[in-house]
Design a protein around this ligand. Sequence first.
Ligand code: IFM
Length: 413
Amino acid sequence: MPLNFPTGFFWGASTSAHQVEGNLCNNWTEWERSAKRKQFLHDQGHIDKHGYENFLSDVACDHYTRYKEDFALAKELGHMAHRFSIEWSRIEPEEGVFNEFELEHYKDVIKTLRQHGMEPFVTLYHWPIPLWLDKQGGWKHKKSVGYFNRYVEKVVSYLKDDVTFWITLNEPTIISALSHQQGIWPPEEKNILSYLRVKRRLIATHKVAYQTIKTINHKSQVGIAHNMQFIEPANHKPLNLILSKLANWWSNTFFLNQIKPHQDFIGVNHYFHHRINGSLFTPDNENKKTSDLGWELYPEAMYHVLMIAKRYNKPIYITENGLADRTDEKRPWFLVESLKQVHRAIQDGADVRGYLHWSFMDNFEWAEGFWPRFGLVEIDYETLERKPRPSAYLYREIIRKNGIDTSSPRPFS
Ligand code: IFM
């Protein structure tokens, strides 16, 4: 039985500037090159295992110069939409100084997408910040809301006629936690007060940016890409029920509730499932199937997060979903099974209007570097050759049919 998706459903993939463009100068590139980071990687044995280059974003996929070739390939692979991010440090390399050349670059990126019939989903902040802001304390600085708004005003005014879908912030709950609570990402802070302050500031940042974008073009559709996790109790013990509710509130609904009137759609980035059994920090997952990063592959979780998103009565776009799978043995199975769950959620009333796979191509996976391979398209980092994986062709078939053919199940190997 084929499972058909709604007419006009957006099929495509996502990337972000720092992970694919190359040749950047921002707080992440500085952190990647710092002596402290190098020492850490060395002490942990990561350099022996993966090589130091793995941890330096450097030229990345050189997407900055190859976007035309990449979009031609996306078109050939049937994509109808593409999510990418604009790099703040390119647009405003010095405080208050805007680079027209870079604005024109992104205008051409969007024009190229449109020439190929692809709808751009444009992210304004996908984690790195310009060095001048970093020196002032980044998101901890009171003025960061206004700084971001000034950048948004500049970019959106420039591109207002070319873009409908704007994503102000990518996964604000994740960047605030990993950078300021867990101390894994720059600036490596483990300070609960900083964490709460940054999270609160990102809420304000989104609200202000939302108003700015809508004022510039009221037809714009504005939201965030929110990391949504399926959190469930492992059993009926009251403690697990309470902890699950608490974690679900903090990770999934708190941020969305705070910005409720300031979003035209819910952008869902989905990767994780947590079975809570006595602890908020050590989930008790079965992990029957896992990705190359050891993350559990549990497609049913997609259904549950979409049903949470449905409560907001807004259109939903899946702005990220995917897995690290170098050999592409698991991706076909994961893709089809996840899409079955998307279909199920649509049947149950979720207004899902698009699916953007993470990622279009292999890229720089933050602290892990280049080794995790998330791409529908494989990158040979020696030659920068692009090579679609088999799952990219499977996805093309799904897009062509606007649905999944369940009569030929995909085995999981
Ligand atoms: O690579 C990231 C992306 O930048 C944000 N969402 C999760 C992806 C996989 O970890």
